[in-house]
Write a protein that binds this ligand. Structure first.
Ligand code: DGL
Length: 266
């Protein structure tokens, strides 16, 4: 057992959707969350750039004493996790769009994956799509514009609704019954999406499964925190720390064991 923290990183505030599930499932664990807001969005960047940012994020989290790294970003996982696993001797948990459960559970036989350009063009995603789609039609939809909506806290606005309608209305016409949230920013748009889809479409959010996977690895490697650990949650941002703080405040409230700081990584 060890009280060392779990490290989580994303290009920005999106990975907070994963942090929330991990914190809920593993309430004794200390966590260091790093939002690389200065370089957000990753979705439009090259694989080499995303890999470079991911290596720096990992180095920073290891320097903070983390015992496991959760790559809470589909884009970084799709493009960089193989390199991270080869480079660093620490367990990693990644996140890729949940094609398999959506395809298995689809009744209409048509599902859509809403993700960044970087994720949709990656080999990791396309391999999963080939392996798990079976007879289900899988429609990839590039939702990079929506990352900015969440980064700016514009959920519930006309602008958010306009972009979402443009993306989702054609999918409803194609009778999708599952929409995979293939970017960790998108769970923060669930209410806006549901206003458009109603109950006719199931939204697949892989964050709870990532929390389960993290718990499984910690238990397996005997890395869990001691029960009753006086935990600390440290949030770092390379850019706009206020955006991160506002989101955490809105969804979980600011607690005495939370610390927010800006950090520069070279
Ligand atoms: N949250 C990220 C993801 O899951 C990436 C968003 C971005 O930086 O483009 O893909």
């Amino acid at each position: 057992m060890t009280n060392s923290p779990i490290g989580i990183f994303d290009s920005g505030v999106g990975g907070v959707s994963v942090w929330q599930e991990i914190d809920r499932l593993l309430p004794d664990e200390s966590i260091v969350y790093y939002a690389d807001n200065a370089n957000c969005p990753y979705g439009e960047k090259t694989r080499i750039e995303v890999t470079g940012y991911s290596v720096k994020a990992t180095q920073m989290l290891i320097a903070k004493g983390c015992k496991i790294i959760v790559v809470a970003c589909n884009t970084a996982t799709s493009q960089a996790i193989d390199c991270l696993r080869k480079t660093f001797d620490i367990p990693f948990v990644g996140i890729v769009p949940a094609v398999k459960p959506a395809a298995i559970n689809s009744k209409s036989g048509v599902i859509a994956i809403l993700a960044t350009a970087g994720t949709l063009k990656s080999k990791k995603f396309n391999d999963a799509r080939k392996e798990f789609s079976g007879n289900t039609e899988v429609i990839p939809v590039e939702g990079g514009e929506l990352v900015d909506i969440v980064e700016k806290g514009l959920q519930g606005t006309k602008q958010s609704e306009e972009i979402l309608r443009r993306h989702i209305n054609p999918l409803i016409e194609k009778h999708i019954d599952h929409l995979v949230l293939g970017c960790t920013h998108f769970p923060f748009l669930i209410e806006d999406i549901k206003r458009i889809t109603g109950d006719s479409v199931i939204l697949d959010n892989p964050a709870p499964a990532i929390a389960q996977r993290t718990k499984y690895i910690l238990e397996n490697e005997k890395l869990t925190a001691y029960p009753g650990n006086k935990k600390q949650i440290e949030f770092f941002s390379s850019g706009n720390i206020e955006a991160l703080k506002n989101l955490v405040e809105n969804i979980a409230g600011i607690k005495p064991w939370m610390i927010f700081s800006k950090i520069e990584i070279y």
